[in-house]
Design a binder for this molecule. Structure first.
Ligand SMILES: Cc1cc2nc3c(=O)[nH]c(=O)nc-3n(C[C@H](O)[C@H](O)[C@H](O)COP(=O)(O)OP(=O)(O)OC[C@H]3O[C@@H](n4cnc5c(N)ncnc54)[C@H](O)[C@@H]3O)c2cc1C
Length: 489
């Protein structure tokens, strides 16, 4: 019997674990180690953050699902990886620390034949002084990155709306909390939803809503923008972003590294080296991401983190990590099997794998401050990679050495995104777009780097219905309800 251990029960890890169990059956053991008791459909957190959904609508308990599926579930966080085992334990293993109420703090060893790192991002609030929510580092800004954060954001937003109702002008700032952030899309959705709600409550005139971001232009999204085919025309995401904000009276600050946050005020540096500050009554700023803190040791107890991770904490996989000038970056630098080059039974899926380089052009201010959006790490690639890695491991377990690895690179992968611009059966709006490929390939698609016949987008109420349908569909799939394997990632 082979043992597959999946660290992280988010989009990538849950997808990998459930498919593995489905393909491997009772003969082999699939173990999920994840610190949360609940699964979270993260894309709907923005609706929790404006009070249009409750936290309970976007989460569900994992234990009954894993129990029913025959997956061993350990509510714990992985602490260290021993890919060669140790003198006491001959097999490779990880150490874990329980987070569940009944076993909190208890440590355990979990042996594996194959290991998937799907631990997603560490929300690095500590990178910017003062950034973060009450329960984490800093206390002056809110976040929508977890369901609990989004619930707290909504509590604070309600106060702001109340003050605005009483005629007091309130300043709202939404965007990124550091020069190296990704996930601008989530902040973009959140600002549009706040603006939509403000109009719904008739308090828009009492709110000054502003965008601040590390992007070089609106609509960059860490993917060097998009050229979207739409009704026979090609439109840039820059134009789309600017027109959406202009129509809604949202001014923007771009090229900004948020350097410090204090109560009601933030400081930032721009790409030209100049400094500025903004005051706010409410700020939702996405933190930068890094890999979660995992240690790694060889058989002799030596630190081998550099074999498993890059300095940013994301896992080293089959990518070309050698630094080179922007102009020399190639689509082929991107990984396709997500296998660690040193330990072939270790894979990374979703946000946990280290991208070889940003997609947007790297830039620094004259003071040396990096102001470059990191590559977007969206749900569809996370799920697709999770399934591909599960496929590779199932093949290896079933067919031994001859079992083929499933190869799928983000430079050959498309993605569908639906960005909400407001909730409402008739008044709701969302921008639905497909991008192909996610990572630009200028050799294959000279000019824009993407296939414009497969990169298109539209805004409208039907997009809102689609976003809502995806919410129910993905929670249905994650709960492993009948036919779940047929629903795409
Ligand atoms: C507000 C918001 C809105 C978004 N909207 C969209 C959207 O509309 N469309 C889209 O495609 N994408 C969206 N995304 C991105 C999407 O959520 C991510 O791409 C996706 O969640 C990544 O999956 P993952 O499995 O890599 O990471 P996660 O889903 O974050 O899962 C990582 C898991 O690992 C666990 N973990 C952490 N540390 C450890 C440890 N030490 N040991 C074990 N487990 C650990 C975590 O608790 C978590 O369960 C959004 C993101 C945010 C924040």
């Amino acid at each position: 019997m082979a043992q597959v251990v999946v660290m992280g029960g988010g989009v990538a890890g849950h997808t990998a674990a459930t498919f593995l169990k489905n393909w491997l059956g009772k003969e082999h053991e699939v173990i999920v180690v994840t610190p949360n008791s609940q699964w979270n459909w993260i894309p709907s957190n923005i609706w929790v953050g404006v009070g249009r959904m409750k936290k309970e609508d976007v989460v569900f308990p994992l234990a009954p699902i894993y129990n029913e599926a025959g997956i061993v579930y350990k509510q714990a966080k992985a602490v260290a990886i021993y890919p060669e085992g140790s003198y006491e334990v001959s097999k490779p293993y990880i150490t874990i620390e329980y987070t569940s109420k009944d076993k909190k703090g208890q440590e355990e060893i979990v042996e594996y034949d194959y290991l998937i790192n799907a631990t997603g991002p560490k929300l690095n609030f500590g990178a910017t002084e003062g950034l973060g929510i009450d329960s984490q580092i800093g206390e002056y800004t809110v976040s929508v990155c977890t369901a609990e954060h989004a619930k707290e954001a909504n509590e604070k937003l309600k106060d702001i709306f109340e003050k605005a109702k009483n005629g007091k002008t309130q300043k709202i700032l939404v965007g990124t909390g550091h020069g190296t952030c990704t996930c601008q899309g989530a902040a973009f959705e959140y600002i549009l939803n706040i603006e939509h709600e403000a109009r719904r409550f008739g308090i828009r005139d009492n709110l000054e809503i502003k965008w601040i971001s590390n992007e070089p232009y609106l609509g960059d999204f860490g993917m060097d923008g998009m050229h979207l085919g739409s009704m026979g025309y090609v439109m840039s995401s820059k134009l789309l972003g600017e027109s959406l904000f202009a129509e809604r009276g949202i001014p923007w600050i771009l090229n900004a590294h948020t350097s410090k946050v204090e109560e009601g005020r933030l400081e930032y540096e721009l790409i030209d080296g100049s400094k500025g500050s903004e005051e706010f009554d409410f700020a939702m700023l996405i933190p930068p991401f890094k890999g979660v803190d995992l240690e790694a040791f060889d058989k002799d107890g030596n630190d081998i983190r550099d074999k498993l991770f890059l300095p940013n904490g994301f896992m080293r996989v089959d990518a070309e990590y050698e630094p080179k000038p922007y102009e020399e970056w190639k689509a082929s630098d991107w990984p396709s099997t997500y296998q660690n080059p040193y330990y072939k039974n270790i894979f990374a899926a979703g946000i946990a794998f280290a991208p070889p380089h940003p997609i947007s052009k790297p830039r620094k201010s004259p003071n040396g401050t990096v102001i470059t959006p990191a590559p977007p790490r969206t749900g569809m690639p996370a799920g697709t990679i999770g399934k591909a890695v599960a496929h590779s491991i199932a093949n290896k377990i079933k067919y031994g050495e001859s079992g083929k690895l499933r190869a799928i690179s983000m430079a050959q992968m498309g993605s569908i995104c639906v960005a909400s611009a407001g909730v409402g059966f008739k008044s709701g709006q969302a921008i639905s777009f497909t991008v192909y490929p996610l990572v630009k390939d200028f050799e294959k698609y000279p000019g824009t780097g993407r296939d414009t016949s497969r990169t298109y987008g539209e805004i409208g109420v039907s997009g809102h219905w689609l976003k809502l349908a995806l919410h129910y569909m993905f929670i249905y799939k994650a709960k492993l309800k009948p036919g779940w394997t047929l629903i795409p990632e």
